[in-house]
Design a binder for this molecule. Sequence first.
Ligand code: CAA
Length: 403
Amino acid sequence: MKELLPPQTQEYQARAREVAERYARPVAAELDRTGEYPWSVIKALKEADLMGIWIPREYGGHGAGVLDMCVVVEQLSRACGGIGVAYAVNALGSFPIVLGGSEEQKRRWLPAVASGKKLIAFGLSEKASGSDAGSLRARAVRDGDGWVINGDKKWNTNGGAASIYTVYASTSPDRGTRGVSAFVVEKGTPGFEIGKREDTMGIRCVPVHELHFRDCRVGGDALLGGKEGGGFGNAMMTLDRARPGVAAQALGLAQGAFEWAVRYTSERQQFGQSVLSFQATQFALADMAIQIEAARQLVYTAARAIDAGVPNPSKLAAMSKVMATDTAMRVTTEAVQMFGGYGFCRDYPIEKYMRDAKITQIYEGTNQIQRVVIGRAITKEAGQLAGHLGVTVEHFPEAEKKS
Ligand code: CAA
């Protein structure tokens, strides 16, 4: 319900919806077929002053929150999941600089991202290091006043389209996660190559690439925050803030698929009546609507908690991602079912929602990893709970009586 959102957020939502309906929806199917980047929509987002809204005002942004970013991603994804992530990845790529960059680095890179003049991407995963992000093999070695980076990155969303890349490499391999450092590397730097493009199931208008670094020399000012070893924490804090964005993408996909399902079943006639008039259809749509609204509230709550600066937002961010992305998979699959045979055909818009939804359960940390994050948080809370309840399992009064 938009009335429950702060007025500024409602304004972003309305503007994003306008861009989504006028520019994203009409090109969604064609870009899915061709794999071309949604440059026309990025242009429209720039003109609507929606790019990089989360970037602080002093660096050219609006100083908007994660909630504002989420409502924009949700509206775009309602029309096209690929366009939703093409936008959201700019938050994933720039949060590391917002969170850990020096004043000079923020002034150097953030204004171009805020205006949409340049896109930014995030390079953490590698072929052999996905869920176990801390096992990355890319290395950066000090060379005079700069660094030489060697290694390969995988699953770089917006790869090639982006001009700026936040890249994680180990500067002290013997220190494990504490030896990981973050660098900012610009496209065109000698030794930095955009590699193979993946042939993906969904979000096909967004390029997902390998990145290669071969004796890539960057200046000392490319080391984020000018500090070695803080990269892993920076990546984790970034993901805490970006995961609600993936959740919002999933939410938009679920909402978009739901709307198509309602429209289709209300028009489709079988046995002399609309498919929507069957109670079985209404019950299925009711379950979809309940799940979407429940997911929406969790996504907005996680985003609000981050904006309010609550300490350790990891658990809520992970919960919002699991809830919204699992909902998106269920809802889009059910929507395909409601379209019957037509749902299986590319002539109809619905199968794309299901293909686009799948990746949301996988990237920015699989939903299994989100459960690891949630489980670890619960384990920490268990200690506090024991203190609060004042008993341990061995000393439950009932158990004592029975023994
Ligand atoms: N905030 C701040 N610091 C954190 C943190 C957080 N949320 N989580 C962990 N840390 C810190 C810890 O405090 C610890 O610091 P110290 O060494 O100083 O104590 C350090 O990081 C290591 O922490 P863990 O021991 O918990 O790390 P781990 O190796 O067990 O990994 C994990 C934890 C949650 C599994 C993590 O590896 C993870 O999130 N994996 C998934 C990675 C991921 O999401 N990848 C997606 C990349 S983006 C993408 O998909 C492509 C794209 O372009 C969209």
